[in-house]
Design a protein around this ligand. Structure first.
Ligand SMILES: CC(C)(COP(=O)(O)OP(=O)(O)OC[C@H]1O[C@@H](n2cnc3c(N)ncnc32)[C@H](O)[C@@H]1O)[C@@H](O)C(=O)NCCC(=O)NCCS
Ligand SMILES: Nc1ncnc2c1ncn2[C@@H]1O[C@H](COP(=O)(O)OP(=O)(O)OP(=O)(O)O)[C@@H](O)[C@H]1O
Length: 200
């Protein structure tokens, strides 16, 4: 039997940073953000549904989804965000569960689902345990603005579209605090792996 860990957190909390450390340590990581890109590639049914709802102006000149334009819409309009989620999320879940099957068949024992919206989308049924990558809200805002060159307003719009990270703390089975240095985070990851080995 494989154990599935749902790695989650807020935007720019450090999920990719932690999941790449875990991948280096040999864990299989299945990434929902990656899935959300694959399932809207040209020719995929989800892209056609997006065009039906948002119009073909949502495409780039190459016919791919214009992510900047889409972000500009859905992070400022909850109704539009829900419409996009309803189109994309079922395909994301299917892609992730298919990847999990492949990993299980290949004999993988611990599989990490990198799922930013684990709690918002009530997806805890997909995982055995949840691991929150926490960052204090002030650091989250700073890192997001720096990484994406967003204004404070743009960064706030994205953060506001998610459950507050302090609320996620109440829901998670395990927490890694990534507010400090990368070294401190690596130490916590190592401790967490040791704990998981004892528990499973
Ligand atoms: C709106 C889109 C096109 C913007 O693309 P962009 O390249 O700028 O961002 P990217 O996909 O890399 O997402 C970055 C982060 O934004 C946050 N985020 C993305 N989508 C959402 C959403 N619907 N609700 C809340 N937060 C979101 C997550 O923390 C994610 O890690 C894209 O995020 C998207 O298609 N979102 C809908 C699918 C989705 O929910 N993806 C998240 C995981 S399933
Ligand atoms: N401990 C740390 N110290 C300093 N910077 C960090 C630390 N952890 C992550 N970062 C930086 O913060 C930013 C966000 O990290 P990362 O991309 O891993 O977050 P994420 O949760 O995967 O983001 P998203 O929700 O957008 O997918 C990146 O620019 C990363 O390099």
């Amino acid at each position: 039997m494989a154990i599935i860990i749902g790695l989650t957190g807020g935007i720019a909390s450090g999920k990719s940073t932690v999941s790449s450390i875990m991948a280096e340590k040999g864990f299989t990581v299945i990434d929902a953000d990656k899935a959300a890109r694959i399932v809207v590639e040209p020719g995929q049914p989800a892209l056609q549904k997006i065009i039906n709802v948002f119009g073909s102006a949502i495409l780039t000149s190459e016919g791919t989804l214009d992510r900047v334009k889409m972000g500009g819409i859905v992070f400022h309009d909850e109704e539009k965000r829900k419409q996009l989620n309803e189109i994309v999320h079922p395909s994301v879940r299917k892609w992730m569960l298919d990847e999990k099957e492949k990993a299980v068949e290949a004999g993988k024992r611990t599989i990490i689902f990198d799922l930013p919206l684990l709690f918002e989308s009530k997806l805890t049924w997909m995982v055995d345990k949840s691991l929150l990558i926490y960052v204090d809200p002030e650091t989250q805002l700073k890192r997001l603005m720096k990484r994406n060159s967003y204004t404070e307003q743009e960064a706030h719009a994205r953060i506001r579209s998610q459950m507050p990270i302090n609320e996620k703390k109440e829901l998670a089975d395990y927490i890694i605090d990534n507010s400090g240095s990368l070294d401190e985070t690596v130490k916590q990851v190592n401790k967490w792996i040791a704990r998981l080995r004892l528990e499973t």
